[in-house]
Design a protein around this ligand. Structure first.
Ligand code: R5P
Length: 306
């Protein structure tokens, strides 16, 4: 088995490799002066099972292309089977057409990836139905058990789980079941890519400490408007936010910094810079991804033996 990393999250790749007891595969990735990406795989991949780890986080297009170039390099060098490990899958929110003339970007990405990859490992896709966009096998992992267990030691009876929109209700229910907490949910209206309004709330949050859970935080608009609504409804100003993917782009940090966010819990599905103006706790996906790789490799070895 060989694991190569793109440049999008080398720290996570090194951690997964360490958990597997291997070194990440040697490769060179650089940019030509005109910004074209050049990839060279420097291991013998012939007839090997190869894993390529690369989230398609910002810069999304460059990271996607880098993954495809790595896959192409391995395929042309004779790799037997190529598995893409994409802990954060960009474009997932464009999973349907909202207006005529729009593409279904999540499907297009799946088509592109399947031109080179034989299998995928993904984590908490924005919409689980995206799995069906791939004609190849997909292992859809979840960070919910990891994040819920990280939250568990600090949970008390006055906590409440909050789904910041209807799309997050199933995810929030999984946290609520594990942590045995009540659930409230918000009716959200999105006005633009970065502007949302939390219209109303179902559930009783008065005097409770909210834990807002979502698959991702992008510009922070969803979480910020949810917090404002929760405060207006009488919750305690001690908010925890848990999300599998914390992009925190554009105004996100400034938005959350002015609200009573006591703790933001996320994973390393994409790199997390330090020095945020609020407490960010990162639970690593290293063990989860290493276990997935081990299981897939064992299945592969069994098939080859048979
Ligand atoms: C949307 O349905 C997602 O689950 C997130 O709620 C959303 O993408 C977060 O985006 P933002 O942080 O920009 O509001």
């Amino acid at each position: 088995m060989l694991l190569f990393s793109g440049r999008a999250n080398e720290m996570l790749s090194r951690a997964v490799a360490a958990a597997l007891g291997i070194e990440p595969g040697r490769r060179t990735i650089e940019n030509f002066p005109d910004d074209e990406i050049r990839v060279e795989v420097q291991e013998n991949v012939q007839d090997r099972n190869v894993y390529l780890l690369q989230p398609t986080c910002p810069p999304v297009a460059a990271n996607l292309l880098e993954l495809l170039l790595l896959a192409d390099g391995c395929k042309r060098a004779g790799a037997r089977r190529l598995t893409g490990i994409i802990p954060y899958y960009g474009f997932a929110r464009q999973d349907r057409r909202c207006r005529p003339g729009e593409p279904v970007a999540a499907r297009l990405l799946a088509d592109l990836l399947c031109t080179r990859l034989d299998r995928l490992v993904v984590l908490d896709l924005h919409n689980p139905a995206i799995e069906g966009f791939f004609p190849v096998p997909v292992e859809h992992l979840s960070a919910v058990p990891l994040l819920a267990e990280t939250l568990r030691p600090t949970i008390s009876d006055d906590h409440i789980l909050v789904a910041p929109d209807l799309g997050a209700v199933k995810l929030a229910q999984r946290y609520a079941d594990r942590l045995e907490l009540p659930l409230a949910y918000v009716h959200k209206e999105r006005q633009s890519g970065s502007k949302v309004i939390a219209r109303d709330l179902i559930g009783e949050v008065r005097f409770r400490k909210p834990i807002i859970v979502d698959d991702m935080i992008s510009t922070g608009g969803t979480v910020a408007s949810t917090i404002r609504l929760l405060l207006a409804k009488g919750c305690r100003p001690e908010v925890t936010v848990a999300a599998s993917h914390a992009l925190l782009v554009g105004p996100a940090v400034a938005r959350l910094a002015e609200l009573p966010v006591r703790r933001l819990l996320t994973t390393d599905s994409l790199p997390q810079p330090t020095g945020r103006p609020f407490a960010v706790e990162v639970a690593s996906l290293d063990a989860l991804l290493a276990e997935a790789v081990t299981r897939l490799s064992q299945c592969e070895a069994k098939v080859v033996r048979e």
